[in-house]
Write a protein that binds this ligand. Structure first.
Ligand SMILES: C[S@@+](CC[C@H](N)C(=O)[O-])C[C@H]1O[C@@H](n2cnc3c(N)ncnc32)[C@H](O)[C@@H]1O
Length: 273
């Protein structure tokens, strides 16, 4: 069997905010696990669906719109969405994900990447990713380190560097319309109820990730955050092809109505209706 190369460089990516190529971005994000999902993403995987979404925005909206991209991972596909749609039509584009805010600790050649809830998302040693869940010791470290790191005097004894940053590609903050926040699709903040004209959910609401009960809960929340007459796109990019299975909906009288399927439609379209 071919040995998997787990080379990563999360330090340059998230601390130095260096622009890194697609291969590196795919590698790092596919190693990051969030509950039952991975943060796997790649460049230009939504071109086909974005073209159709642009068509519907032109058809249904005359004023500037507020858009939501749920489950953004690195933010790369959110950036592409901004440029693929008519950006003069976008008032604000919100990128939501369960994990965005992170703390990185550097101890010698070790880098520990923690979520805002102190879950250990990745450990890198000398640019190699350690799959921490296989290591008993690192599992122990996961629980102990955030507390230890919070004791300031330790920073004086061992040379620990700490940086609070975001799990996003560099330079997204240069576009004023783009805003990224942590939101859980199963528990969305009330301030976003009846807020969005357009919502896209890509590669999250899949049967392989969640039970039908959980998918229904997420869909009920999508109904809460969308306005009447809003457009909703749910899609999946199978096996990293760029041919999405997708369904487009319009919200009428509080219900989602199917307007178009491509490549057979979304696997959860029956649940949406
Ligand atoms: C496979 S990635 C998809 C990324 C991007 N949409 C794309 O298609 O390239 C799944 C994303 O869903 C996020 N996620 C997982 N559970 C979530 C939840 N409950 N609420 C919001 N985002 C979640 C993960 O953090 C990850 O970034």
């Amino acid at each position: 069997m071919k040995k998997q190369n787990n080379f990563t460089d999360i330090y340059s990516y998230f601390i130095l905010k260096k622009n890194i190529n697609e291969r590196m971005m795919k590698k790092i994000f596919s190693l990051l696990r969030v509950d039952t999902t991975f943060m796997t993403t790649s460049f230009n995987r939504m071109i086909d669906v974005n073209i159709i979404l642009k068509k519907y925005i032109k058809k249904y909206f005359s004023k500037k719109i507020v858009v939501c991209d749920f489950a953004v991972s690195s933010g790369q596909s959110t950036l592409e969405l901004f440029f693929d749609l008519n950006k003069d039509k976008i008032k604000e584009l919100y990128g939501f994900d369960k994990k965005i805010n992170i703390t990185i600790y550097q101890v010698g050649k070790f880098i520990f990447l923690y979520s805002s809830k102190d879950e250990l998302l990745m450990v890198e040693y000398n640019k190699n990713c350690l799959r921490y869940r296989y290591f008993f010791l690192l599992k122990l470290v996961e629980k102990i380190l955030p507390n230890l790191f919070n004791k300031i005097y330790l920073f004086d004894i061992i040379n620990i560097k700490l940086k609070k940053t975001k799990l996003l590609i560099p330079n997204l903050d240069e576009i004023k319309e783009l805003k990224f926040f942590e939101q859980d699709i199963f528990n969305i903040d009330k301030k976003y109820f009846n807020f969005f004209d357009v919502v896209r959910v890509s590669n999250l609401l899949n049967y392989s990730y969640f039970s039908e009960t959980k998918l229904k809960k997420a869909i009920a929340n999508l109904k809460k955050i969308t306005k009447e007459n809003s457009i909703i796109l749910v899609n999946r990019t199978p096996n990293n092809t760029k041919k999405n299975t997708a369904s487009f909906f319009i919200k009428k009288k509080g219900k989602f109505k199917l307007i178009e399927d491509i490549n057979g439609g979304s696997e959860i379209k029956e649940l949406m209706l």
